[in-house]
Design a protein around this ligand. Structure first.
Ligand SMILES: Nc1ncnc2c1ncn2[C@@H]1O[C@H](COP(=O)(O)OP(=O)(O)OP(=O)(O)O)[C@@H](O)[C@H]1O
Ligand SMILES: [Mg+2]
Length: 347
């Protein structure tokens, strides 16, 4: 991968393949000859974890990898910090070839470059909340006063002030997840990997955590690789989404690209059940170009559900860019067309 190309990307994967089993290269050859994941498994006992995955993840993005159970999401994310070595392919983080790192470099990389938030929280059971949050900083050699101060601040940010001395088992699942998030944020790495971090939470608490992650991200501008099997969650928090199936990337795009133009029948199945009014943003369906000023206007990032009520009183609604300048306009008809496109067939 050329230096110039890598500059804008936090994470790049090129043709990454992972086969679990005793003779992965032999199995890879069979895969290349057109064997399916299921056939390879039943005939040779090898499991395809990832199949020829190439991804470019820009800095400062929340990049979501979405797919059903067993599609390879955890396998993918674990390649980024090299908890798993690929059978083939290239992986770069911040322009550095992860596969060439020796043990010492890898340890430093995991301490300073990437942190990971796990689904099952991964907290140390006998340590208090504040000691859990400060733990990563301790391994990095930060002095006690400094790490306690940083930990206390992150605990407050995630809404857990007052729980500093509690043990993990004294907290609810949602609170434990907040401790896990605070611990990752305290490390202040540019890249955060989140593997199904919110999946164990109740819907309401989960939605609150998503909102909190989005608002934190606005201030922090990290690169977040977020794994989920929930398409609604992917649409809500992803700047870009990759859909995985049987270890292979099916489609990569902005949430509305996927909702408006699903690449195949598998993705269409997900799209059928989503709240399209929430998923589709005004900017992707508006009429661009100069137009008369409209009485009512919304930001280009507004969702269809935000603009719909305005059509009760207005035929046209203006669309504004970040500077408040009108860059287009939209009608109820355009919104309805976008929402109706992939509606399930009646009957
Ligand atoms: N260590 C391993 N040894 C053998 N096979 C494995 C191993 N880890 C994962 N697999 C297989 O690789 C495939 C992808 O697994 P992975 O855990 O990445 O899926 P996932 O998308 O994260 O699923 P989930 O949503 O259930 O967490 C599965 O078929 C799984 O059985
Ligand atoms: Mg997983």
């Amino acid at each position: 991968m050329s230096q110039q190309q890598t500059a804008d990307y936090a994470i790049r994967m090129r043709k990454v393949t992972k086969i679990f089993g005793d003779a992965p290269l032999q199995a890879l050859e069979m895969l290349r000859q057109g064997k399916s994941k299921a056939d390879l498994q039943s005939e040779s006992g090898h499991v395809v974890g990832l199949d020829d995955v190439s991804l470019d993840i820009e800095r400062g993005q929340i990049f979501v990898v979405m797919g059903l159970s067993g599609s390879g999401k955890s396998t993918l994310v674990r390649h980024v910090n090299r908890l798993i070595d690929p059978t083939g392919g290239e992986i770069e983080v911040d322009g550095v070839d992860v596969l060439k790192m020796n043990l010492a470099e890898l340890r430093e990389f995991r301490r300073s470059k990437v942190t990971m938030v796990f689904q099952k929280f991964g907290l140390l059971p006998h340590r208090s909340v504040i000691d859990n949050v400060a733990y990563g900083l301790e391994t990095r050699g930060v002095g006690k006063a400094d790490r306690m101060q940083a930990a206390a601040q992150w605990i407050e940010t995630v809404g857990l002030a007052g729980y500093e001395q509690s043990l993990p088992r004294q907290l609810s699942g949602g609170q434990q997840q907040r401790v896990g998030l605070a611990r990752a944020l305290a490390m202040d790495t540019d890249i955060i990997l989140m593997d199904e971090a919110f999946s164990a939470l109740d819907p309401l608490i989960r939605s609150g955590m998503q909102d909190q992650l989005l608002s934190l991200q606005q201030q922090l501008g990290k690169t977040i690789l977020f794994i989920t099997h929930d398409f609604d969650e992917a649409l809500k928090i992803g700047n870009r989404i990759a859909v995985l199936r049987d270890g292979a990337v099916q489609q990569v795009g902005r949430p509305e690209d996927i909702v408006l133009r699903p690449a195949n029948a598998h993705i269409e199945e997900f799209v059928r059940d989503v709240n399209k009014a929430r998923a589709i943003r005004v900017r992707s369906i508006m009429e661009t170009g100069p137009a008369e000023a409209c009485e009512q206007a919304v930001a280009m990032d507004a969702r269809c559900e935000d603009v719909l009520p305005l059509f009760a009183d207005h035929q046209w609604v203006g669309v504004l860019n970040g500077q408040g300048v009108q860059i287009g306009r939209i009608t109820a008809r355009q919104v309805i067309k976008a929402l109706a496109r992939y509606a399930p067939q009646a009957g």
